[in-house]
Design a binder for this molecule. Structure first.
Ligand code: ATP
Ligand code: DNN
Ligand code: MG
Length: 214
């Protein structure tokens, strides 16, 4: 199982989920993709559509809560009057875990994005990672500005003792500037995360990390 989070919305969580899911399917795994909440589903839910096209799942099996407004789940549930149940998300994850032998879960935006309120307290994707008790891959930008966002995200996850399997520096350039060239080593030096992997613009394959399937 793996939870795909990111340093922001639009950093490539779905893109990486797709490459990872494709690699897992090609390795013979029976893989499910799970997007607990998808917002910005104007005509359809893009993330769910993209991943279900390779897992063969129905959209309803992939995404539990669909919202039209392209906002944080907490805002969307208030705006559209549909309450998100964390218990339902946990139950659906258990169902997928029993039906498939690998589940790729994608958040929405970054790790502190609020999903809903539970007993009067804001519940974020960090809380969901803690409750799901599954390892995490962080998707970040490769270019200038990513050190801060990535180290903030790593530290938030370290605080809940999450198992961070890798940091993906996405949309990496083949001709990196000094910032992009030095980012991986600086992040490693600041966080001791070993698996810092570049994924290039339009890269179509993804080498499965040996530790991912542990
Ligand atoms: N390595 C890449 N090469 C080319 N295009 C990419 C790459 N990574 C992401 N993209 C594109 O960038 C856009 C944003 O990526 P994506 O939808 O995966 O972000 P996200 O983090 O899943 O966003 P959200 O928070 O909305 O789920 C998409 O159009 C996607 O196809
Ligand atoms: C609409 C977008 N594509 C995502 N699904 C939701 C991103 C929420 C980001 C909230 C925030 O960090 O400001
Ligand atoms: Mg996405």
């Amino acid at each position: 199982m793996i939870f795909i989070t990111g340093t922001d919305t639009g950093v490539g969580k779905t893109y990486i989920s797709y490459l990872l899911t494709k690699a897992l399917l090609e390795s013979g795994k029976k893989v499910a993709y799970f997007k607990p909440v998808e917002t910005g589903c104007i005509s359809e839910c893009e993330d769910a559509k993209k991943l279900s096209s390779i897992t063969g799942q129905s959209i309803d099996e992939v995404v539990l809560y669909k919202f039209k407004n392209p906002v944080a789940p907490l805002v969307a549930e208030r705006e559209e009057g549909l309450n998100i149940s964390i218990d339902k998300i946990m139950d659906h994850f258990e169902y997928l875990k029993n039906k498939y032998n690998f589940v790729v879960v994608e958040g929405a935006g970054g790790i502190y994005v609020p999903i809903t309120k539970v007993k009067g307290k804001i519940y974020t994707y960090l809380d969901l990672v803690k409750d799901l008790k599954i390892p995490v891959i962080i998707v970040a930008r490769a270019n200038l500005g990513t050190i801060n966002h990535t180290v903030l995200t790593i530290n938030a996850l370290k605080n809940i003792k999450a198992d961070i399997k890798a940091v993906i520096l996405n949309k990496a350039s083949k001709n990196p500037n000094l910032a992009e060239k030095t980012n991986p080593d600086i992040i490693k030096e600041m966080t001791n995360i070993e698996n810092i992997i570049k994924v290039y613009e339009n890269q179509k394959d993804f080498k499965l990390l040996p530790n991912l399937l542990e």
